[in-house]
Design a protein around this ligand. Structure first.
Ligand SMILES: NC(=O)C1=CN([C@@H]2O[C@H](COP(=O)(O)OP(=O)(O)OC[C@H]3O[C@@H](n4cnc5c(N)ncnc54)[C@H](O)[C@@H]3O)[C@@H](O)[C@H]2O)C=CC1
Ligand SMILES: O=C([O-])CC(=O)C(=O)O
Length: 329
């Protein structure tokens, strides 16, 4: 193998998402089947031993693409030379909690990590924040990394996107690959808005194909928005394999591009599009090309969608103001 390995830093490496994620990164599902990777695992001191165990198992897989594994408990070392940062490490919510309840618990993690990225990561660093509340944690990291272009910080709403595609495909009796141009707007929280009005199923408008407003309002939107809580209720632990899968999808799309005639959803820094205040990290419909996400422009937003997008964006404004009040940004 002659290609220089890509340095991938994964925080929370010893957690349940980490365990579902690392083996797939090492087998080529993050960047592609011909891109070697070096893993840099970042944990808190109490998590280092378990991360070492995972590293032993990674060795034992003899992955041809895995060029090395290092383990750290210091973010400055963990992000040294990082090309990709997957910020997973955070406290997950338990039954009865909203993701916003984690703001102060997890807010303190993302400031120092943003600063470490600013000071030590490679110039082409791309960051995906998975740890909840993902959008606002991404904002905290981004604001603490003033030398890194803001558009390198993103938050994960791809799991919501994939959940919405799966529910819509089920309703219409089609395969997931027949659905295109679905959008998750706003926050990765119960206020998020999965929008089918621009989605297509085999080239036909998906909302018309559904033709069932009650299903949209009373089943589809709440099922997607509250899926995380439903998984916690059923499993007794938050989504892990599907979250890891979505993180791989997010980065793979970011670096390899979206297919012609399709888009995906990602939490990206708002440029003011669709009335979302500039600087917030909000989910939008995005295309990816040449390693950059672009917000899809020019979509008509009907009143039904407008009210829901505004509600979720207002929540992001409140979260931003809360972390500003805590001195985190
Ligand atoms: N955006 C999304 O769609 C999703 C986000 N999540 C979030 O992902 C996060 C991780 O979830 P799990 O892996 O299930 O949790 P977990 O509790 O199994 O693992 C978290 C790991 O992070 C480590 N950690 C804590 N603080 C750290 C720090 N400062 N630096 C490095 N590592 C640190 C812990 O030691 C632990 O090993 C949670 O915030 C969860 O809510 C989960 C599912 C989907
Ligand atoms: O719901 C949670 O706390 C975990 C999560 O973000 C999800 O599954 O979407």
């Amino acid at each position: 193998m002659t290609r220089t390995p890509v340095n991938v830093t994964v925080t929370g490496a010893a957690g349940q998402i980490g365990y579902a994620l690392l083996f797939r990164i090492a087998s080529g599902h993050l960047l592609g089947p011909d891109v070697p990777v070096k893993l840099r695992l970042l944990e808190i001191p109490q998590g280092v031993k378990a991360a070492e165990g995972t590293a032993m198992e990674l060795d034992d897989c003899a992955f041809p693409l895995l060029a090395g594994i290092d383990i750290f408990d210091d973010p400055n070392q963990g992000f040294e030379g990082a090309n990709i940062g997957l910020l997973v490490g955070a406290r997950p919510r338990g039954p009865g909690m909203e993701r916003g309840d984690l703001l102060s618990a997890n807010g303190g993690i993302f400031g120092p990590q943003g600063k470490a990225i600013n000071d030590h990561a490679a110039d082409d660093i791309r960051v995906l924040v998975v740890g909840n509340p993902a959008n606002t944690n991404a904002l905290i990291a981004q604001r603490n990394a003033p030398d890194v272009p803001a558009d390198r910080f993103t938050a994960m709403t791809r799991l919501d996107h994939n959940r919405a595609v799966a529910q819509l495909a089920k309703k219409l009796g089609v395969t997931v690959s027949e659905i295109k141009k679905l959008t998750i707007w706003g926050n990765h929280s119960a206020t998020q808005y999965p929008d089918v009005f621009h989605a297509e199923v085999n080239g036909e408008n998906a909302a018309k194909a559904v033709s069932d407003d009650a299903w949209l309002s009373d089943f589809f939107i709440p099922t997607v928005a509250k899926r995380g809580a439903a998984i916690i209720d059923a499993r007794g632990a938050s989504s892990a394999a599907s979250a890891a899968n979505a993180a791989l999808d997010h980065v793979f799309t970011w670096t390899n591009g979206t297919a012609e005639g399709d888009w995906t959803s990602a939490g990206v820094v708002s440029d003011g599009s669709y009335g979302v205040p500039e600087g917030l990290i909000s989910s939008f419909p995005v295309t990816a090309k040449d390693g950059k996400f672009e917000i899809v422009q020019g979509l008509d937003i009907n009143d039904f969608s407008r009210a829901r997008i505004d509600a979720s964006v207002n929540e992001l404004v409140e979260e931003r103001d809360a972390v500003a009040g805590l001195g985190l940004i």
